[in-house]
Design a protein around this ligand. Structure first.
Ligand SMILES: C[S@@+](CC[C@H](N)C(=O)[O-])C[C@H]1O[C@@H](n2cnc3c(N)ncnc32)[C@H](O)[C@@H]1O
Length: 231
């Protein structure tokens, strides 16, 4: 994945995450100024999994987004298509059943999960519609979808400061802490190119999901979109 290219060829995306896997969690903590921990707790609450339910955490990476579920006694399946991320995840949490899977062609039967969640993954898939369709297929009727993704700060002045941080401050910091600084330039550019809250909600509805809504976190830097599969 190069600076000039925001084309999301699945092989390039997987290779980029293979490359950053070793330092992924450290870099995340530094660049989000620790906010990522709050976002993960919010995802857990939004999914609201009951004991005995099974949740697919797709694009789970090193499993950091799956851990709150596992630690809360929920059956969580962390799945990702970057073998490098899965390897680091397995070293960190050998108790989690890491699974190789592409969000656009999931290796799971219809209606196998009570909920599907995806944190900071949807922005990277080549076809958002294909992924949303696959999530709908593998979740049970009445099951939930929770997407946690970077979004648009709602306050204009805050949005300006944040855009400065994203485009000017983040790349030099990433250069110091990451093994692949180019990937953090891609991060900044892909966030800028990503649709806002309302537009993403419309895309989720168009894919067949009902009761679509969202909640902003950290002033809209991140949005949690929630939806239900029609019964
Ligand atoms: C920014 S990381 C997020 C990891 C984790 N969910 C978290 O919150 O820390 C994005 C992950 O999405 C994965 N990914 C991107 N496109 C994917 C796809 N089509 N299928 C499966 N995983 C994908 C990448 O391999 C990477 O591990």
């Amino acid at each position: 994945m190069t600076r000039a290219s925001l084309e999301k060829d699945p092989r390039d995306v997987a290779a980029m995450f293979d490359d950053v896997a070793g330092k992924y969690d450290l870099t995340n903590d530094v660049l989000s100024l620790g906010q990522d921990r709050l976002w993960r707790r919010a995802v857990l609450r939004a999914v609201a999994a009951q004991p005995g339910e099974t949740v697919l955490d797709i694009a789970a990476g090193t499993g950091t987004s799956s851990e709150p579920f596992a630690d809360g006694g929920v059956n969580v399946v962390p799945a990702d298509f970057s073998l490098g991320m899965l390897r680091v995840g397995h070293q960190r949490r050998p108790d989690l059943g890491f699974t190789a899977a592409d969000a656009m062609r999931l290796p799971f039967a219809d209606a196998s999960f009570d909920a599907v969640t995806m944190s900071f993954g949807l922005r990277n898939v080549a076809s958002v519609d294909a992924a949303l369709g696959e999530f709908l297929r593998v979740v049970k009727p009445g099951g939930r979808l929770v997407v946690c993704e970077f979004s648009q700060p709602v306050n204009k002045a805050f949005r300006k400061v944040y855009t400065e941080y994203l485009m000017r401050s983040l790349p030099p910091v990433a250069r110091k802490v990451s093994s692949n600084p180019e990937s953090y330039v891609y991060l900044a550019e892909s966030i800028q190119a990503w649709p806002g809250q309302r537009e993403l909600a419309t895309t989720i509805s168009a894919a067949g999901w009902s009761q679509v809504g969202w909640r902003n976190l950290t002033g809209g830097i991140v949005a949690l979109h929630r939806a239900v599969k029609p019964a």
